[in-house]
Design a protein around this ligand. Structure first.
Ligand code: PMP
Length: 412
């Protein structure tokens, strides 16, 4: 059944949708395994953005003229597409931001100012990206609150009993990655949310690494906030999403002041606009928002479940192939993983492997992957990380494995 479903993605056609995949690097065909950092863009996204600038651009919301009305309509259509994609109840629960980092900063600031006081606690986990640590740390420092951290086992899985013990009346919010960018662990977020709900504690999910790989249904998850970036899901850079439950978004104060987020302004007092505009101060990234819609439409055409299955098969294949190489140490061996193969080889520095692979046309990422506390927990300086998208192939994995073997023999 899996094999049949895999064929539901016509890999040759799909690869043609991404112009960059046919380029060469150092005279070798590009093998792009750095999708967790940023994924590539299909022509439909690139064309939607060009078309917008060529024929449709005008500032939204405030204009009486045709172009402005049309651009506004497109902007709001994009919001509805995203609402559908993550199954939010209302389109005004979709806030356009600059990206995951911006979305999390928004919640840390606004939620923190409203609800977090001295002695309160915020729970994150050992797996988090810096984007889901530092904003909370800054907020805790400002409000006199404490950051609590869910520990992990050596496979890179959260210890749920420890999590349960951390939850208390002092906990004001739980902020957890849906999928780890450094190890690929898929966290049991439904269980994490259900535990928090028993104590009426809101949960934010950092969905940066989940959204391109897994079907996300925010109502089914019952999360309070969900953050992601367009550029990880085949969309443009500089735009992202914060989903928030209507009642919470209505309760917390605006993050930034400026045009569009107001209802009326006098020097004495300003009243704020309704959702979603209350959180969208200033001229937004309109081309980005339109590009994101094109990306989501594209993903819907391919099918997120087909993507999930194809990538899962690729990860399994790559894991099998790499595991038999002598000296390989896989970093992150959780039972539930998505699209990330992190590893070390003997005592070779990850950077050296990355540099040699690059010369063979293979793009991987090396280093701490913006997860320094996780690297400290695992007592490693960093890893080599190959991260896959559905447009990657088994043949590319073979090229990577052969190149890796060569790199190891050169460096040993
Ligand atoms: N969280 C995770 C898990 C990520 O992987 C990333 C990007 N590497 C971010 C947050 C930050 O995303 P952005 O830089 O697009 O804001």
């Amino acid at each position: 059944m899996l094999a049949e479903e895999k064929e539901m993605i016509d890999i040759k056609t799909v690869r043609k949708d991404f112009p960059i995949l046919s380029r060469e690097v150092y005279g070798k065909p590009l093998v792009y395994f750095d999708n967790a950092a940023s994924s590539q863009k299909p022509s439909k996204v690139i064309d939607a953005i060009s078309h917008y600038y060529e024929y449709e651009h005008s500032n939204i919301h405030r204009g009486v003229h045709h172009l402005s009305a049309e651009a506004t309509e497109k902007h709001e259509e994009s919001r509805k597409t995203i609402q559908g994609f993550i199954n939010a109840k209302y389109s005004h629960e979709i806030i356009f931001t600059k990206g995951t980092t911006d979305s999390i900063n928004l919640v840390a600031y606004s939620f923190g100012n409203k609800f977090i006081n001295g002695g309160d606690e915020v729970i994150v986990s050992s797996l988090e990206h810096h984007s889901n640590i530092v904003p909370w740390q800054m907020m805790c420092e400002a409000r006199g609150a404490k950051l609590k951290v869910i520990p992990i086992n050596d496979a890179g899985e959260l210890l749920l009993d420890e999590y349960r013990n951390l939850l208390s009346i002092k906990t004001k919010i739980v902020a957890i990655g849906h999928v780890s960018n450094a190890l690929g662990t898929i966290n049991p977020v439904k269980e994490i949310i259900a535990e928090a709900k028993k104590k009426s504690i809101p949960v934010l999910l950092d969905g940066a690494q989940a959204i391109p790989h897994l079907a996300v249904d925010v109502q089914e998850l019952d999360c309070d906030f969900y953050a992601f970036s367009a550029h990880k899901i085949f969309g443009p850079t500089g735009v992202g999403i914060l989903y928030g439950k209507e009642n919470l978004l209505n309760t917390i104060p605006p993050y930034q002041g400026g045009g569009d987020m107001i209802e009326t302004v006098t020097f004495e007092q300003t009243t704020y606009n309704e959702l979603p505009h209350k959180f969208e101060a200033g001229t937004p990234n309109m081309a980005g928002v339109i590009g994101l819609k094109a990306a989501i439409d594209y993903v819907n055409e391919v099918g997120i479940n087909n993507i999930d299955i194809a990538e899962h098969q690729l990860l399994e294949y790559a894991t099998e192939q790499i595991s038999v190489i002598k000296g390989i140490r896989l970093i992150g061996t959780a039972k539930e993983k998505a699209s990330v193969l992190s590893f070390l080889v003997n005592d070779i520095h990850p950077y050296d492997i990355g540099t040699i692979l690059d010369r063979m046309g293979i793009a991987v990422r090396t280093g701490h992957h913006c997860a320094e506390p996780l690297m400290n927990r695992l007592s490693i300086p960093g890893t080599v990380r190959a991260s896959f998208a559905f447009y990657n192939t088994k043949e590319e994995v073979d090229v990577f494995i052969n190149a890796l073997k060569k790199a190891i023999s050169m460096l040993s």
